[in-house]
Design a protein around this ligand. Structure first.
Ligand SMILES: [Zn+2]
Length: 148
């Protein structure tokens, strides 16, 4: 079967553009779940590739869903991530026959995932540790004991 994530340069001659609309299984992208980052659904991809002078331009749109432990209560939280209008530009001279979009999608998925999540973007257990937050702040503030 043809790999539609391989963008062949010679197909983009004469101002032709290539559109890729697909739903990619996580396994196909060789994405391995990290301990604290799990991709739960196929990744929706919409991409457009074209040549501009001596460069390959790819417009990339992605939608995917991750699961991560909430930073407060550690429960797994599901979150949808949407990446819109990301541009990838590569010099044609650096591309042998085709550009492999697979690697790039994989990178983008990891880069665009948040470094932490909170359930419902506001963990109900946050209340329990509010005092702790305040206390820490006061202690760390070097001039808190000084009077004006
Ligand atoms: Zn939580």
């Amino acid at each position: 079967m043809e790999n539609n994530l391989h963008i062949f340069i010679d197909r983009l001659k004469d101002e032709k553009e290539e559109k890729i609309i697909d739903s990619l299984e996580i396994e196909k992208l060789d994405i391995k779940d990290e301990k604290e980052l799990i991709f739960t659904k196929p990744i929706d991809l919409e991409a457009k590739a074209y040549r501009a002078n001596e460069e390959l331009v790819i417009n990339l749109n992605l939608k995917f869903t991750i699961k991560m432990p909430c930073k407060i209560c550690n429960e797994l939280v599901e979150k949808e991530i949407i990446v819109k209008n990301l541009y990838i530009i590569e010099k044609i001279e650096n591309i042998k026959t085709f550009y492999d979009l697979k690697k790039e999608i994989k990178n983008v998925c990891f880069l665009q995932s948040p470094s932490f999540v909170e359930c419902l973007d506001n963990c109900p257990k946050r209340q329990n540790i509010k005092n702790y937050f305040k206390k820490t702040k006061a202690e760390n503030y070097p001039f808190s004991d000084l009077k004006e």
